[in-house]
Ligand binder design. Sequence first.
Ligand SMILES: NC(=O)c1ccc[n+]([C@@H]2O[C@H](COP(=O)([O-])OP(=O)(O)OC[C@H]3O[C@@H](n4cnc5c(N)ncnc54)[C@H](O)[C@@H]3O)[C@@H](O)[C@H]2O)c1
Ligand SMILES: [Zn+2]
Length: 359
Amino acid sequence: MKSLTVPLKGREYDILIENGLLRSVGDKARQVLKKSERCLIVTDENVAPLYLEKVENSMRAAGFMTASCVLPAGEETKCLNMLGKLYDELTALGVTRTDCILALGGGVIGDLAGFAAATILRGIAFIQVPTTLLAQVDSSVGGKVAIDLPAGKNLAGAFWQPSLVVIDPDCLDTLPDREFSAGMAEVIKYGCIKDKSLFELIAANAGRDKITPIIGDIIYTCCSIKADVVLKDEHDTSERRLLNYGHTIGHAAELHCKYRTYNHGEAVAAGMLMANEIGESLGFTPKGLSGKISAVLKSFSLPTEIIISRQSLISAVSLDKKSEGGDITLILLSEIGTAHTVTVKRDELFNIPLSYVKG
Ligand SMILES: NC(=O)c1ccc[n+]([C@@H]2O[C@H](COP(=O)([O-])OP(=O)(O)OC[C@H]3O[C@@H](n4cnc5c(N)ncnc54)[C@H](O)[C@@H]3O)[C@@H](O)[C@H]2O)c1
Ligand SMILES: [Zn+2]
């Protein structure tokens, strides 16, 4: 089994990665939550028929009294209404401050269940069992939990670290191709910003069939990178911003298509290449770098271009949380494996000729 520890002071936790690990989740949880009696397992309607029984049996065998809450699948579930439903379930179960919540699912379930854990009784323990590639390499590590509000995504949230993250790469066998690729966009991002050898490993094993046999190692590398970044900057003020490579522009593209045409990973894929194009125009990013990244993205059927209007791009980018005053902070690459925070004047973006901007 591969494992790594996120050594946050007083709140350190382990990330465990192994094929078939779902069967031992109870034992692993018991090792860290010695006094916990009750556990609410939160999952969604797609994941429940696949993995809920296995996880419930394992938790019960380890002495947890479990209840489960199966929610509709999809981003709409990350809402106040569903949060209220979880509070009702938790109070009906009679949870106390030593009990716990287990999130079994993708980032939607992890973010929602994590926010419930952060807030019920002013915070109880929380175990992440991520089942999408995106959740295994990104959302389950780092302690950001949130729900969406009618005014926007992730607007109510907290920093609440899990007590344990249990990753079973076998869960990915049932993941639809499009979701797998969305996770790969984040994996490729880690290679671009922090680890040239990871990028080269992906390029040499491009496509889902080739990468699947080594996906456990890749998940481990990505979690190590994220854990390292989170450790340096838990509350997202400096180093953690590098993780936003492709995201500022990706968010603009998501907003532009009203979250319909492209999922998050697809928007980030195109966003990374758009950031490169801006970087090249500013003379910051060497020419030719985009071609390498684009070829890898294409091998996972990720989009390499999203056409949007300049006005939509600029207003969405200006609305982004990472923009301050008239300046826009972008993450740009100086080479594969090395990213920088670069401040660009809002007006400058108006003048750069950009191939993906029309109108
Ligand atoms: N907290 C963070 O740091 C962070 C980081 C990145 C993203 N996020 C959040 O994560 C969410 C996106 O997460 P996601 O991409 O995992 O989406 P998701 O949770 O909606 O899962 C995608 C789909 O896959 C299904 N699914 C999950 N596991 C499966 C499996 N093993 N087999 C078959 N189907 C399965 C789900 O039911 C869903 O339909 C967004 O809300 C985003 O804001 C949070
Ligand atoms: Zn992302």
